[in-house]
Structure formats: structure tokens, C-alpha cells
Design a protein around this ligand. Structure first.
Ligand code: SF4
Length: 398
């Protein structure tokens, strides 16, 4: 029987436990990821004037410097006192890869040996950065290979926002460029992990990403993808007001209980109520529902009609995602004909329901199979395929 992880308490303040600010060597404090008000408090406690916070913040997040000596409008004394106690650290990139279609992937290795991935997907009109929130995942969605990996730990705010900063480093996007010339125009919290099970750190990181005096990315260009952690959805909407993507994948509680055990805790009715009342949802700002096509499980005409009924009154877009089988998975992908029939029913009801196959076909059956077949592949080839698979999933969100 599946154990559902308890929903973490949500911290009503935006302060974080200072223990997580320790530098990699544990000797000093890493400035990256500290919420702005907390940073201000830390500087004031040390006898610095509050206006120093703004100056420092801009050096960290607008200019992206990693060396205190580069902060030329700060006095030598202040720079030295910062260097005595603080560092400016990014996550360490253990491998950087780029695929033929321009997708870039960074494998990050943290001081405790844990690893996550960050992926950049360039498209004609945007560049999307897919960011991880946890090492492993608390949940055990049956169709998801990540779900077979146990949660190892939550990422800190520094490790979340650091993913964007190292991507900016790679593209030379410092100081923060204007909107039209950015390589990173969008961020999706859709990498490894359930971001709403690591709400405080993800929220702190996204506040830094959205801060107009720093990384300065509009909330309209940020999408948080959740499996349906209902109690945190409203808070996420009210506090961050970012776009929402929901992994739906089934239209009745029995099926969803089976393929997404979190449904036993937050059943469809509660999940859809939370979507209906998600702050800021309009026809111009719809919720994206992700729906993986599983043969004989969730892909009948009746399922499509039920999906239309369920989403009535919710400004929605449905992404139909062909399932990529992996060894040990219990599912097969719906046929193209079945998927087309399913799509037609939804579209005839007036809803947008693109099928994302183009990029996924590059890596036909890649997800999951990679994990075993990949033993035979060169590491670089395996990484290219994994990045391409992730790109296919991410491009399904706009
Ligand atoms: S689909 Fe998302 S929430 Fe579910 S197991 Fe996979 S990573 Fe976790």
C-alpha cells in the first residue's frame, strides 16, 4: 500500500531557517537564496545601513557577480566585511551538455553528493528553463519513472534560484537583459520533485526570480507544475500568483487513486475546486492540465467527455502527452488513433488540447527505457535523449 507523504506545514512568514544558508564548506554564509528582508536584517544586525541591502542585492541578482571586489560602488571596508563572513555560490555543474536541437542540460552536484538536472529548451519565440525542486520525489505516480526514486531531500532556496543563475552564467546574461533579448524568457518548476512539497524554499527562490531589481522575470512567465497538493495551491496563487500547471491524468477517483496516490489525500473534487478558485485565473491566463495517454486506462471516449465535464468553468488548456514506457512500468501508450479521437472530443467542446508528439518522437520510448537501455549507450547519448524527453514535456506547457 502506498504511503502518502504528509503535507508539510506552510510557513506563514517568508523567512527561512538560517541553517540552510551555510556555504559549501560550512565556514561562511552563502548570500544566494536569502530572502531580501532577511538579508536586510542580517546586514543591519552587523551595523550596516539598510540602503546597503539594495546595492548588494543588485550586484548579486542584476549583475550576477560572484566576487565582492567587483562591487565597485561599495566601500572597500564594506566589501572586506562581506568577504570575511559571506560567499556567493552557485550549484556546481558536474556536466553540461547540449543536444543537436539546441537543448542544454546541466547536471548539478551538491556538496552532499546529491544531483539534480536543469534543462534549457530554446524555441522560436521563447527560451524555457526547467528547474528542479527536490532530489527524488515524495510521490509515487505510477507512470513516472522519477516516482520510483525515493525523496532524498528538498532543495534549498539557493539551490533552486541557483539553477537560473548558472543558466544565466552559461548564456552570459548579465546584467539582466531586456525581455526581448533574453535566452531565458520562461521558467517552469517542472523538473525533479513536487514543488508544493517544498513550498517555502521554492517560494523564496521564485520571489528572487521575480524581483524587479534582480533576475526580474515576470510572474506571467513562470509556471509551477503540481500533482495536486491542494492546501498549498491557494497559498501559491495568493502569494506568488504564478501560472499553474496540474498533473491531472485521470477523470475519476478510482483511476487517479491508482495512478497518482496523492489523489487519495486530495481527491478530484477538491483538486478541481482549488483550480476553480486559483487566484488570477482568467481566459487569458488558463490553467494547464497535463494528461498522459495511457492505453485502456484513461483514454476512452467516455473519459474525454468526463474530462470536458470536469473542467467546465475552469479556464483550461489540456496537454495530451504520449506515454513513454519504461522497464517495469505497467502501462502502454494509447495509439495515435485513440489519442486523436480523444482529442477531437475535447476540441469539439471548445477546449484547446494539443498532442505533444513532435519532440517526443525523437526519443521514442526514451523515458524510462533510458534507465535500463542507457547502460548500453554512451553517457553523452543518454544525456542527449534524456534532455530531449524533458524538453518534450516542458514544451507542452505554454
Ligand atoms: S509525476 Fe511529478 S509528482 Fe508524480 S512522481 Fe513524478 S515527479 Fe513526482
Amino acid at each position: 500500500m502506498n504511503q502518502i507523504a504528509p503535507t508539510p506545514e506552510i510557513n506563514p512568514s517568508s523567512s527561512l531557517d538560517p541553517a540552510q544558508f551555510a556555504s559549501a564548506d560550512g565556514q561562511r554564509v552563502n548570500l544566494i537564496g536569502i530572502p531580501r528582508t532577511q538579508l536586510n536584517d542580517m546586514l543591519v544586525e552587523r551595523g550596516h545601513k539598510p540602503f546597503r541591502t539594495k546595492q548588494l542585492w543588485q550586484w548579486l541578482y542584476w549583475h550576477g557577480v560572484t566576487d565582492f571586489d567587483a562591487m565597485t560602488n561599495l566601500s572597500k571596508h564594506f566589501r572586506q566585511s562581506l568577504a570575511d563572513e559571506f560567499v556567493i555560490e552557485r550549484p556546481r555543474v558536474s556536466q553540461a551538455l547540449s543536444s543537436a536541437d539546441g537543448t542544454a542540460k546541466w547536471l548539478l552536484k551538491f556538496p552532499d553528493g546529491n544531483e539534480v538536472e536543469t534543462v534549457h529548451i530554446p524555441e522560436a519565440d521563447r527560451g524555457t528553463l526547467c528547474v528542479s525542486s527536490q532530489v527524488g520525489c515524495t510521490l509515487t505516480c505510477k507512470f513516472c519513472h522519477t516516482g520510483t526514486q525515493k525523496l532524498v531531500r528538498n532543495l534549498t532556496a539557493a539551490e533552486v534560484v541557483g539553477q537560473m543563475m548558472l543558466a544565466r552564467d552559461a548564456f552570459g546574461e548579465w546584467p539582466t537583459p531586456s525581455d526581448h533579448s533574453r535566452m531565458i524568457t520562461n521558467v517552469v518548476m517542472m523538473g525533479m520533485g513536487e514543488p508544493l512539497y517544498n513550498y517555502d524554499n521554492v517560494a523564496a527562490a521564485l520571489r528572487i526570480v521575480m524581483d524587479g531589481e534582480g533576475l526580474s522575470l515576470s510572474k506571467r512567465r513562470i509556471t509551477l507544475s503540481t500533482s495536486g497538493v491542494v492546501p498549498a495551491m491557494r497559498q501559491c496563487g495568493e502569494e506568488l500568483n504564478v501560472n499553474l500547471a496540474v498533473s491531472l491524468h485521470a477523470v475519476d477517483n478510482d483511476t487517479r487513486d491508482h495512478i497518482m496516490p496523492i489523489n487519495k489525500k486530495y481527491p478530484l473534487e477538491e483538486l478541481l475546486d482549488a483550480c476553480r478558485s486559483y487566484p488570477g485565473v482568467t481566459n487569458a491566463r488558463r490553467i494547464t492540465f497535463e494528461y498522459v495517454m495511457l492505453k485502456g486506462v484513461n483514454d476512452s471516449d467516455a473519459d474525454a467527455r468526463q474530462l470536458v465535464r470536469l473542467l467546465k468553468g475552469i479556464p483550461s488548456k489540456i496537454n495530451l502527452i504520449p506515454f513513454n514506457p519504461w522497464p517495469g512500468s505497467d502501462f502502454e501508450c494509447s495509439s495515435a488513433t485513440r489519442t486523436a479521437a480523444f482529442q477531437t472530443i475535447i476540441q469539439e467542446a471548445g477546449l484547446s488540447a494539443p498532442v505533444r508528439t513532435t519532440r517526443g518522437e525523437d526519443i521514442l520510448a526514451a523515458c524510462g527505457q533510458l534507465k535500463s537501455e542507457s547502460q548500453k549507450l554512451r553517457r553523452s547519448e543518454r544525456d542527449r535523449l534524456e534532455a530531449a524527453h524533458l524538453a518534450a514535456q516542458v514544451s507542452a506547457v505554454d
